[in-house]
Ligand binder design. Structure first.
Ligand SMILES: Nc1ncnc2c1ncn2[C@@H]1O[C@H](COP(=O)(O)OP(=O)(O)O)[C@@H](O)[C@H]1O
Ligand SMILES: [Mg+2]
Ligand SMILES: [Zn+2]
Length: 466
């Protein structure tokens, strides 16, 4: 038996320490240490060194001209929402990491695409979490069947790889990488060492045999991937599955993609027949929105190449706390603080005496400054109790001086508002100053937050004269 040593490893940078530490001295991460057992015997180290340095293959640099080009063969998963996020389908020989909270629907999604993919190619679905019986039950519920869909319930990486050699699939799904272990390593499954070893084995397999591999990765309480941080760097693409458990909508986005853009999102709805695609997210997000209440404002954000209209809701009410509460959902907290400060300073609105609750409907997360004006309008509407008209969409960024700044792809956003039957769009003056947009909706150009405020006041006046 080798020499086993118990150590603590930082999951962020893999710094090793003989005892548990609250803060990593190398990378500064908090609470990142997990216990691990490593083998310090000479044979094991020799093994590591051999693999690390690639002894046995000759490494030679070539001029770029002489390099042969990799062919990027993609297979469509059959779900266009997912294909778009992948950058046009699953690439042969690539490794995709799919992460998300437990119960969000990772296994469901993968079993569904296994079913579709297996119509034209061989798929091996490896489950370390569920029994064959459970999988069969789920497959029946989702209406998945197929002769070319192979299922393996095993967690030993060596046995799994042997089956991959025997079955010769084109697509391998590993659910999940945290359950896989290598008997060569003495750490427990799910530890930093084991997850890294397992991932490395599958990545090597994917590259050598030109197989598409999808690894499922669990996330921990903080929302980052359990196991080594390195995992994200090792794979070709990282897809995050997000959504509210209470709501049926699920959003998939790419955190990293070597074969495509990282801006795209795919929208799904969880039903008892599995995940259904939502090709028209704006319509879904706007369905059943409350009419004629203060504190609401529609916004058009750009997710990748796709404009999506969502609704921002704000509730501003007098505080009963020494320091007022700020609760946000779906918007960046700091962005909201910045907008609050600008409105307070430039317009004299007393947000500091009020609690603010901000929410984006439908579990969408907006991280674009182009939503600033809509957020501001929702908050102004709530504090002044003046209603933002239902047929109005607001687009634009707010600067610290209270100016409204130009946004990218304005025309595309305006077109989406037009398509969904909105009749007025608040736009930054700077955007259309030089390049006017021809459209059937009325554009309301604004230069500053003051004009945004006046817009709401004019609206009220117009209603009175009616
Ligand atoms: N019989 C069912 N009918 C409808 N939805 C179900 C059923 N069973 C499970 N689900 C849904 O599937 C989800 C579990 O998905 P799963 O793919 O196992 O998640 P993950 O693999 O990400 O942990 C549950 O949260 C639930 O919403
Ligand atoms: Mg699962
Ligand atoms: Zn560290």
């Amino acid at each position: 038996m080798g020499r086993l040593k118990s150590v603590f490893i930082c999951s962020n940078c893999e710094f090793e320490s003989p005892k548990w530490l609250g803060k990593c001295p190398k990378c500064g991460a908090w609470n990142s240490f997990t216990e691990d057992v490593i083998d310090t015997s000479p044979e094991k180290n020799a093994q590591e060194i051999k693999r690390g340095s690639g002894v046995g293959t000759d490494a030679r640099a070539l001029p770029l001209d002489e390099m042969s080009q990799d062919e990027c063969i993609r297979s469509l998963t059959g779900l266009s929402e997912l294909d778009r996020v992948l950058g046009g389908g699953l690439v042969r020989g690539s490794v995709v990491l799919l992460t998300g909270e437990p119960g969000i629907g990772k296994s469901t999604l993968l079993l569904q695409i296994s079913g579709i993919l297996s119509e034209s190619r061989r798929v091996l679905y490896i489950s370390g979490e569920e029994s064959g019986g459970q999988l069969k039950l789920r497959a029946k519920r989702l209406g998945v069947d197929g002769k070319e869909l192979f299922v393996l319930t095993e967690t030993n990486v060596d046995k799994v790889l042997r089956e991959v050699d025997r079955v010769k699939p084109e697509v391998v799904i590993v659910d999940s990488v945290q359950t896989m272990y290598s008997p060569l390593s003495s750490s427990s499954p799910g530890s930093v060492t084991q997850v890294r070893e397992a991932a490395l084995s599958f990545i090597a397999k994917a590259k050598n045999d030109n197989i598409s591999v999808i690894l499922v990765g669990h996330v921990n309480k903080e929302g980052s991937i359990a196991g080594p941080k390195l995992l994200e760097h090792m794979v070709d693409a990282v897809l995050c599955f997000e959504g509210d458990h209470q709501q049926a909508y699920r959003i998939i986005r790419a955190g990293k993609n070597r074969y495509g853009s990282t801006n795209e999102i795919g929208v799904f709805e969880m039903t008892d027949k599995g995940l259904c695609q939502v090709p028209n997210p704006s319509e879904v997000l706007l369905a059943g929105r409350p009419k004629k209440v203060s504190g609401n404002c529609a916004v058009c954000t750009l997710e990748g190449t796709r404009p999506i209209i969502a609704e921002v809701q704000a509730l501003v009410s007098p505080t009963s706390f020494p320091s007022p509460r700020r609760t946000v959902n779906g918007v960046d907290y700091n962005r909201m603080c910045l907008i609050t400060a600008v409105l307070e300073k430039r317009l004299g609105l007393r947000f500091s005496a009020n609690d603010i609750y901000l929410n984006v409907i439908g579990g969408l997360h907006i991280d674009e400054p182009a939503a600033d004006i809509a957020i501001a309008l929702a908050m102004i509407s709530s504090i002044t109790d003046k209603i933002v008209p239902d047929d109005l969409v607001a687009i634009g960024e707010i600067g610290l001086a209270g100016e409204c700044r130009a946004v990218s792809s304005l025309e595309q956003r305006v077109r989406e508002a037009e398509r969904l039957g909105f009749s007025r769009v608040v736009v930054p003056y700077r955007n259309i100053e030089k390049r006017p947009i021809e459209c059937s909706v009325k554009l309301l150009p604004v230069k500053s937050v003051y004009e945004v405020l006046m817009l709401l006041a004019d609206e009220e006046k117009a209603k009175e004269t009616l």
